[in-house]
Design a binder for this molecule. Sequence first.
Ligand SMILES: Nc1ncnc2c1ncn2[C@@H]1O[C@H](COP(=O)(O)OP(=O)(O)OP(=O)(O)O)[C@@H](O)[C@H]1O
Ligand SMILES: [Mg+2]
Length: 316
Amino acid sequence: MNAPGGPIPGGGSTATDETLRSRADGSAASPPRRDRNQQSEEQAPQRLRIEGVSVTFGALKALSDVSISVEPGHIHAIIGPNGAGKSTLFNVLSGLYSTSAGKVWLGNTELTSRRPHQITELGIGRAFQNIALPSHATVARSLMLGRHHLTRAGFLRTGLRLPSTIREQERHRARVREIAEFLGLGDLFDVEVSGLSYGDRKRVEVGRALATEPRVLLLDEPVAGMNATESSRMAGQLRAIRESLGVTILLVEHDMAMVMAIADRVTVLDFGTVIASGTPAEIQRDPDVIRAYLGSADGISKAPSDAPPTSWRDKL
Ligand SMILES: Nc1ncnc2c1ncn2[C@@H]1O[C@H](COP(=O)(O)OP(=O)(O)OP(=O)(O)O)[C@@H](O)[C@H]1O
Ligand SMILES: [Mg+2]
């Protein structure tokens, strides 16, 4: 594929015109391959381990002794009613909140002692529940924010417009264009985020997280505000990201049809504690989960391939 400015380095070199074009409608299953410039730092897949994590806000225990093991390459969903502690857990994983007890590990590296930018550098990328994009930035600029820690050129060199700096900027811009096209944002690349629909802004937020070249992607309600068609397109894109990049995805989502269709494992939080963990099928028939969501033990019986359990969504 040739983008403005020349052939795409890194991941783009393996993509074809056809795959990249077809990404615009979300039908393609091929996401941009991992940026080859980051491949030299590639390591063996690492398990994410959350061990006995508690977080308190004054008298409120937002998380109590939460332990979750996330297998590399899995799509692992974290579900639970409003206020269950899902975003708080993500804030711990990304270094924004400290724990009052417990630790988090990626492989042998402890994350809980590190600052947010160090955690990004270790390969944890996050898309926020509340969209965290500067409204006057374009889609391109917003995605470039995710590349900051990968940029070798400092501000001074960027200001001097050295040839090496310009080349580096072009490489990053080509990479984020590739990510934008994969997410169906190619036509909106130079449009300001403030002019986009909520669903498109959600997609940009996912793209910004993907632009960090993560090993583990934390997605906090990525399809909130999207219609069923858009949600199912995002589900296909998440599967493709996992298949092609080997990225582990931790997914917080209220859309149960999507969760049950794409998750390998599901962990259920309620009032800050883990009440169940298992495959989607196991979770759907777990009496504690049914009680937490529906207040009775007779609501979650349909398999994902059956009629989608949309009633779950209403209950959340
Ligand atoms: N910074 C904070 N200060 C005080 N309380 C907080 C803070 N962050 C979260 N909480 C509280 O912790 C609990 C868990 O909140 P959290 O945002 O993690 O829930 P959630 O599961 O993500 O909910 P939702 O599905 O509505 O997004 C809530 O009672 C919330 O009010
Ligand atoms: Mg939340």
